[in-house]
Design a protein. Structure first.
Length: 237
């Protein structure tokens, strides 16, 4: 398995388009998929040398742009994100282990493969491995299915996506026949297509996620007036 590590996005997109290679960021999920036979070995374009895909930038209006290569640890530790988007920072802080958080990236978390036991077991075929059914639907899907709304019943495992959807975040996508474009993070996923976990094509890269400026603080709970006692008799501060 050959690995190329370009230093700019244009070169990376060209390699992905011409060679059919897979993009890699932190590689935590890609390594697991290769080990379990979910993916066959193929050339890899390592994106970690592309500085434009990393980091947290703040705009004058208070909104933020987070590069797809930003580590989960950085999301959890950044003081600005913790103040402006606490749900995102706290979600990142609770993910996996400290070692994984320092390696895994925002983009990798959003675009990872689902954790269905049948997908990860080479003895089974499903929609995502070329089969024509979902063995998890009638099989053992403990801890796997919350709501049955599509042909594939495996939920997407990205908890960062849930927080980003709550903040109306927008994903920046580069490459592919469509070229650069943006779409809501929620639209990265199509529950009606059981053959894949996200809508990006093989020659596309998630470059960044933009978060709108946080809404003004809404103040204390409505069950008590600011500066007055709440229902328990305690005073709001």
């Amino acid at each position: 398995m050959t690995t190329t590590r370009p230093s700019d996005l244009d070169t990376a997109l060209s390699l992905l388009r011409q060679t059919g290679a897979r993009p890699r960021s932190g590689g935590t999920d890609l390594t697991a998929c290769l080990a379990h036979g979910v993916l066959a070995p193929a050339p890899v374009v390592d994106l970690t040398g592309i500085a434009a895909l990393a980091g947290i930038d703040w705009r004058q209006d208070g909104s933020a742009r987070v590069g797809a290569l930003t580590s989960v640890h950085e999301l959890s530790a950044d003081p600005g994100l913790r103040r402006a988007y606490p749900a995102l920072a706290r979600t990142a802080e609770a993910l996996a282990t400290p070692q994984v958080r320092r390696t895994a990236t925002l983009g990798g978390n959003l675009l990872q493969r689902n954790r269905c036991w049948y997908l990860r077991n080479p003895a089974f075929d499903c929609f995502q491995t070329g089969g024509g059914s979902c063995p998890a639907r009638e099989g053992d899907h403990l801890h796997g299915v919350a709501v049955d709304q599509g042909p594939c019943v495996a939920p997407h495992p990205s908890t960062l996506a849930v927080a980003l959807v709550a903040y109306d975040a927008v994903a920046r996508i580069e490459g592919g026949d469509e070229g650069a474009g943006e779409r809501p993070v929620a639209d990265l996923y199509d529950p009606g297509d059981p053959t894949r976990d996200h809508v990006l094509g093989p020659a596309q890269v998630l470059a960044a996620v933009s978060l709108p400026a946080p809404a003004p603080a809404s103040g204390p709970p409505t069950c008590g007036r600011p500066g007055g006692p709440g229902p328990s008799g305690r005073w709001w501060r």
